[in-house]
Design a binder for this molecule. Structure first.
Ligand SMILES: *[C@@H]1O[C@H](CO)[C@@H](O)[C@H](O)[C@H]1NC(C)=O
Ligand SMILES: *[C@@H]1O[C@H](CO)[C@@H](O)[C@H](O)[C@H]1NC(C)=O
Ligand SMILES: *[C@@H]1O[C@H](CO)[C@@H](O)[C@H](O)[C@H]1NC(C)=O
Ligand SMILES: *[C@@H]1O[C@H](CO)[C@@H](O)[C@H](O)[C@H]1NC(C)=O
Ligand SMILES: *[C@@H]1O[C@H](CO)[C@@H](O)[C@H](O)[C@H]1NC(C)=O
Ligand SMILES: *[C@@H]1O[C@H](CO)[C@@H](O)[C@H](O)[C@H]1NC(C)=O
Length: 349
C-alpha cells in the first residue's frame, strides 16, 4: 500500500469521525437536551426554585442570626382549602426598631400584641428563589425603622413543608398568609418582593383584588416581566433560540407547567402605589426588565384610582442583584413612598 493512499484514507477516516462526533454533539445538545427539558418538570422546577442550594438552619435559634427582636413561628395553611391536609409555613416576625429595648430579651414578650399595634405599618416580605426568610438581615435592619416585618418561607423553602412548587400553589399559600395577617392587625399592610418574590407579590395583590381585599403599597426590588422573558435573554439560551423547536421545547413548558410569574398581566390589577427598585449592574435580572414592567404599569394603569408608580434605577455602584440595601438613598426612598401611599389612601377614603 502506498503512503499517499493511506493518507487519503486517514483524512477521510478522520473527517468521517469528526462528522459523526459533531452530529452526535448536535443531536445531544440541540435535540436531546431540549426534549428532556420539555418533558422534565423536575428539571424546570429545580432551576426556577433551587431550594437545594439553601443550607438547613434552625430558624428558632434567633441569636445565631445576630438579629434581635425576632419571633420564629409557624402557620398552618390548608392545602387546596382542605384543613385536614395542612401545609406548614415558617415565618419570622421582626419588630420595629422602636420596640427594641431591654425587654426584648424576654421570651414572654407579647409579639401578637405588637402585631396588633395600629401605630405600626406591617410589611409582608417575600424572598427570592434561592433564598429563605433569613437571607435579608441587612435589609430588615433598614426596613424595621418603618415597618413591623413579617417574612415567610414559601412551601419547600427553609423549614416550611415540602410540597409541590408551582406559581399558583405559592401564591395561594401567601394569599392565606395575607388574610391571616389582616386578621391579626388593623394596620396598613405593604408587600415587598425581591426578585422571584416580585412575581409572587404582584400575583398575590391581583388575587386579593379579586376577593376585594386591598393592600396599601407594593415594593418591587429587582423585578422582572416574566420567567420566560428572562429565560429568552439568558446567555445560555442564545445557543438555543435559533432552533425551530426552541419555543415548544423550552419556553412553552415553563408557561403550561405554571412557572412563568407573568407580572406584566398581574401588575395591571394592583390598585395601590408601586415602587420599583433596580440597579444598572444587576447581572442576574437586567434592569431592562424593570424598565419594561414600569412602562407597562405606567401606560396601562390609571394613577387616579390605582396609585402612581415610582421607579428608582441605581447607577452601577456594586449593588447588583443582592445589595440594594447598601444604597444610602434607600431609607429616603422608602419614606417618600410611604408618604405617597398615605396621600393615596387619604384621597381614596
Ligand atoms: C433550635 O434552636 C432553639 C433555640 O435555641 C432550641 O431550643 C432548639 O432545641 C433548636 N432545635 C434543634 C433541632 O436544634
Ligand atoms: C390545619 O390548620 C387549620 C388552621 O389553619 C386548623 O384549624 C386545623 O386544625 C389544621 N388541621 C390539622 C390536621 O392540623
Ligand atoms: C380571618 O377571620 C375570619 C373571621 O373571624 C375567619 O372566618 C377566617 O377564617 C380568618 N382567616 C384566616 C386566614 O385566619
Ligand atoms: C367585590 O365587590 C364587588 C363590588 O362591590 C362585588 O360586586 C363583588 O361581588 C365582590 N366580590 C367578592 C368576591 O366579594
Ligand atoms: C382614571 O380613573 C378616573 C376615576 O375612575 C377617571 O375619572 C379617569 O377618566 C380615568 N383616567 C383614564 C386616563 O382612564
Ligand atoms: C403620586 O400620587 C400622589 C398622591 O396619590 C401625588 O401627590 C403625587 O404628585 C403623584 N406623583 C406623581 C409623579 O404623579
Amino acid at each position: 500500500m502506498s503512503k499517499s493512499r493511506c493518507c487519503v484514507k486517514c483524512v477521510f477516516g478522520t473527517f468521517l469521525y469528526i462528522s459523526i462526533v459533531l452530529v452526535l454533539v448536535f443531536i445531544i445538545a440541540f435535540v436531546i437536551v431540549p426534549v428532556v427539558f420539555k418533558y422534565s418538570i423536575g428539571i424546570q422546577r429545580s432551576i426556577i426554585f433551587p431550594t437545594w442550594i439553601i443550607s438547613p438552619k434552625n430558624y428558632s435559634d434567633i441569636e445565631k442570626f445576630k438579629i434581635k427582636g425576632v419571633r420564629n413561628f409557624y402557620l398552618d395553611v390548608p392545602r387546596d382549602g382542605d384543613i385536614s391536609d395542612n401545609i406548614t409555613l415558617g415565618l419570622w416576625q421582626i419588630l420595629p426598631q422602636d420596640f427594641l429595648g431591654d425587654f426584648i430579651a424576654n421570651d414572654e414578650y407579647n409579639y401578637e400584641g405588637a402585631l396588633a399595634d395600629k401605630n405600626y405599618k406591617v410589611l409582608l416580605y417575600l424572598h427570592g428563589n434561592g433564598q429563605d426568610r433569613s437571607a435579608s438581615l441587612d435589609l430588615y435592619d433598614i426596613l424595621r425603622w418603618y415597618f413591623l416585618i413579617v417574612a415567610v418561607d414559601y412551601r419547600g423553602y427553609g423549614d416550611s413543608s415540602k410540597a409541590e412548587l408551582t406559581e399558583t400553589a405559592i401564591v395561594e399559600d401567601i394569599v392565606y398568609v395575607y388574610k391571616w395577617l389582616k386578621n391579626q392587625t388593623n394596620s396598613k399592610i405593604y408587600v415587598w418582593g425581591h426578585s422571584l418574590g416580585t412575581g409572587v407579590a404582584t400575583h398575590l395583590i391581583s388575587n386579593l383584588k379579586a376577593e376585594n381585599i386591598s393592600s396599601n403599597g407594593l415594593i418591587l426590588e429587582t423585578p422582572f416581566t416574566s420567567v420566560t422573558d428572562v429565560m429568552q435573554e439568558h446567555p445560555v439560551m442564545a445557543f438555543y433560540s435559533f432552533l425551530p423547536w426552541f419555543w415548544t421545547t423550552m419556553i412553552e413548558p415553563i408557561k403550561y407547567n405554571d412557572f412563568d410569574f407573568d407580572s406584566k398581566k398581574y401588575i395591571l390589577n394592583v390598585d395601590n402605589p408601586i415602587m420599583i427598585l433596580h440597579a444598572k449592574d444587576d447581572d442576574i435580572i437586567s434592569y431592562h426588565f424593570a424598565t419594561q414592567l414600569y412602562n407597562i404599569a405606567v401606560n396601562n394603569r390609571n394613577d387616579t384610582y390605582q396609585g402612581n408608580v415610582t421607579y428608582h434605577l441605581f447607577e452601577s455602584r456594586g449593588y447588583m442583584h443582592m445589595y440594594l440595601y447598601k444604597a444610602p438613598e434607600l431609607p429616603e426612598y422608602v419614606r417618600e413612598f410611604l408618604e405617597d401611599c398615605d396621600k393615596f389612601d387619604n384621597r381614596n377614603q
